[in-house]
Design a protein around this ligand. Structure first.
Ligand SMILES: [Zn+2]
Length: 430
């Protein structure tokens, strides 16, 4: 059966009808101009049509921590958030440091079939930062890995980082760095500031991130490789990225929805749902991150969706796990932080949440133009929605969403993945 989407606003720019047959977009024409008696018709008047969202940074927890999330539950949360592709981080049990594990995750994703799941390969064996993992075996596997990261840990050894950057050039890979100097962040609990002193929590200085970003930008330029910076969180990181891009260093960067929206002030509650790595920073950092995203100094938004079971998040601050869920709220947080504030347009949102991430991940099936003969991967948004987040109303197995009880603007209403609704009118189609 074909699907006819009538009169939706293409990236917020012009109204169009979109006719979908099987997995393809077969016709795009001006609003209310296509007639097709056999198609299932949806009136999208007042709604925004974006390419399906692509996440570069998702923790799906399977294999090994199926109490926190599985590929199935994480995929459902992703579909609900408007995503048609996610990159699954390597810090599973076992670690995704071999062709066998990345193929296992790849196959699990295909079996669930709600989004494309692209495994990220570990840079070092067991994420231990000692020996390089089997990077080329992962690149040549059926999972076709292009992004490598020890996320959760920093590749802090300079010579190992240099070798990793050199190694991935053979297959045009990219090293995604979790920039955190381990020595400068021992026992660190929150952003280092006047507030951390007042709260008696060990500080996590901005320089612990910036020192690694600066070093890796220089290393990348030296060996002419490709670097991606995970979850940029400070104004200083933005300055270094700006410098690197002016010098045409091959570096890209992501920012999370939570770092665009929440500041260290939330830590005053000692509620561990605000405990995250890197930590929530200051209002000034938030302003600089927003500006950098709007200007393209930061290339993409990535969720760093990090599910944790309740028992890991409800104890004392210092013994709680780092991390927040975010797939289901990402689009709304970005809309509230960036579109409502007039810093970005909907076509900018398409760029930072779909087109650019697909380009960095080298995905040919995502982040494409909404045009004839393209795969029908779409995210349809109600820009007038205003809704209160309920962390317990989730498809994730975990409910550690920091936006609980906050009111956000805009909401994903439908997601179409390869021509099929994976979410229809707010209901995930499992
Ligand atoms: Zn990380």
């Amino acid at each position: 059966m074909s699907i006819l989407l009538k009169n939706g606003s293409l990236k917020g720019e012009k109204n169009v009808d979109i006719l979908i047959e099987k997995d393809l977009i077969v016709k795009v024409a001006p609003g209310n101009s296509i007639k097709d008696d056999k198609a299932e018709v949806f009136d999208l008047t007042g709604l925004i049509v974006l390419p399906g969202l692509v996440d570069l940074h998702t923790h799906l927890r399977e294999p090994g921590r199926e109490d926190a999330e599985t590929v199935a539950t994480g995929s459902a949360a992703a579909a609900r958030g408007g995503f048609t592709a996610v990159h699954a981080m390597a810090n599973t049990l076992p670690v995704a440091d071999t062709a066998g594990v990345v193929e296992q995750v790849w196959n699990l994703g295909r079996k669930v079939g709600l989004v494309d799941v692209y495994p990220v390969g570990a840079v070092t064996v067991g994420l231990k930062g000692e020996n390089l993992a089997e990077l080329s075996a992962m690149a040549e596997s059926t999972a076709r890995v292009r992004i490598f990261s020890d996320d959760g840990f920093c590749v802090s050894d300079s010579i190992l980082m240099r070798r990793a950057l050199e190694y991935v050039k053979a297959f045009d890979g990219v090293i995604a760095q979790h920039a955190q100097d381990p020595r400068l962040t021992q026992n660190a609990q929150m952003n280092e500031s006047e507030l951390s002193g007042k709260l008696g929590l060990t500080g996590w200085p901005a320089v612990a991130e910036e020192a690694i970003v600066a070093r890796d930008v220089l290393l990348t330029e030296h060996v002419k490789s490709k670097l991606h910076i995970c979850h940029a969180s400070t104004a200083g990181t933005v300055e270094i990225l700006r410098w690197a891009k002016e010098k045409k260093v091959n570096v890209t960067a992501e920012v999370t929805p939570h770092h665009l929206f929440l500041s260290e002030v939330h830590c005053q509650s000692y509620d561990a749902k605000f405990k995250v790595n890197p930590p929530l920073r200051t209002d000034k950092d938030i302003q600089e991150l927003r500006k950098a995203l709007a200007q393209g100094v930061i290339d993409v938004v990535a969720t760093d969706h990090a599910p944790h079971p309740t028992e890991d998040k409800e104890g004392e601050w210092s013994s709680s796990s780092f991390g927040m869920t975010g797939l289901e709220t990402a689009l709304s947080v970005v809309a509230t932080a960036m579109v409502e504030t007039k810093l970005m347009s909907w076509s900018d949102v398409a760029r930072v949440m779909s087109e650019k991430p697909a380009e960095i991940g080298q995905l040919s099936d995502h982040g494409r133009p909404i045009a004839e003969n393209e795969l029908a991967n779409l995210c349809i948004v109600d820009p007038k929605a205003s809704w209160k987040v309920d962390a317990h109303d989730t498809h994730s197995l975990s409910s550690n969403n920091p936006f609980h009880d906050m009111t956000l603007k805009s909401k994903v209403v439908h997601t179409i993945f390869r021509g099929k609704f994976t979410m229809k009118s707010g209901q995930v189609q499992k």
